[in-house]
Design a protein around this ligand. Sequence first.
Ligand SMILES: Cc1ncc(COP(=O)(O)O)c(C=O)c1O
Length: 289
Amino acid sequence: MHIFVNINGNITTAENARLPVLDHGFLFGDNVYEAFRTYDRKVFLFSRHFRRLQHSAQGIHLTLPWPPDRYREEIARTIQAADFPGECKVRLIVTRGVGDIIADADTCSDPAFVILVAPLPDFPARMYKEGVEMMVASSVARGGMVADFKTGNLMHQVLATREVKARGVHDAILLTIDGYLSDGIACNIYMIQGSTLKTPGYDASIIEGITKGVVLDKARALGMEVVQGLFRPEEIHRSNEMFLTSTYREVVPVVRVDGKPIGDGKPGPWTHRIFDAYHKAVAELKLED
Ligand SMILES: Cc1ncc(COP(=O)(O)O)c(C=O)c1O
């Protein structure tokens, strides 16, 4: 199945898509992006993702050149052209444009948008039922001023993914440069101690997940106390339960970290409740734009 690409309104397959090599997105990772998914083949929570894209763009002093509805329409058109039988993952990138071979954005001409539409992977039912193992990454750290902007500077993800594959685990937890828990490679992490839900906060160089926003509302509604802040890795094994969230994977129980079980090594009752609450929320939020 082809991945479909829309560059500035021109839709083609990935094999045929072309971008100039002097685009600063390629030369310097000078771009911002969002990762969406569909439910019923319609993009989920477009406006929330778009607000985060605007936040990222502001952070790197990039003016988004088109109004939100243009991106929304182009995404819908690309999904339609791809015509995949199931759900899609969608990446929207706004890249700085063609410039000189120096890190000076003022040399760049107009930004370009690129939309990638691919089939959403069929995550195995086992992943949700039995939970997954994570590790703490040791080769990379999160931090610096651009940590909470989604930009093309993703070398930490590339290096952490190497570690994950070498260890044969599902995902890796990154630490901040000061050694506090941050987020997963492309997911947020949560620890449950009693009825308290602890999750790394803004000051832990995380990306504020759209899924996280929904999950924290649901956790509070379930009567949990939510604590966001700086946590040391030792908190992990003080927890009875753990889970991760992301747009694509939704809510996934984490049952082992670095080879050691969390609680009894099985998805726990709070995680089940949050999983159910999230799926109910999706049914309602599908109607939100
Ligand atoms: C570093 C990082 N943290 C967390 C997330 C989860 O965010 P969301 O729930 O919006 O998918 C992502 C998603 O790409 C991410 O890259």
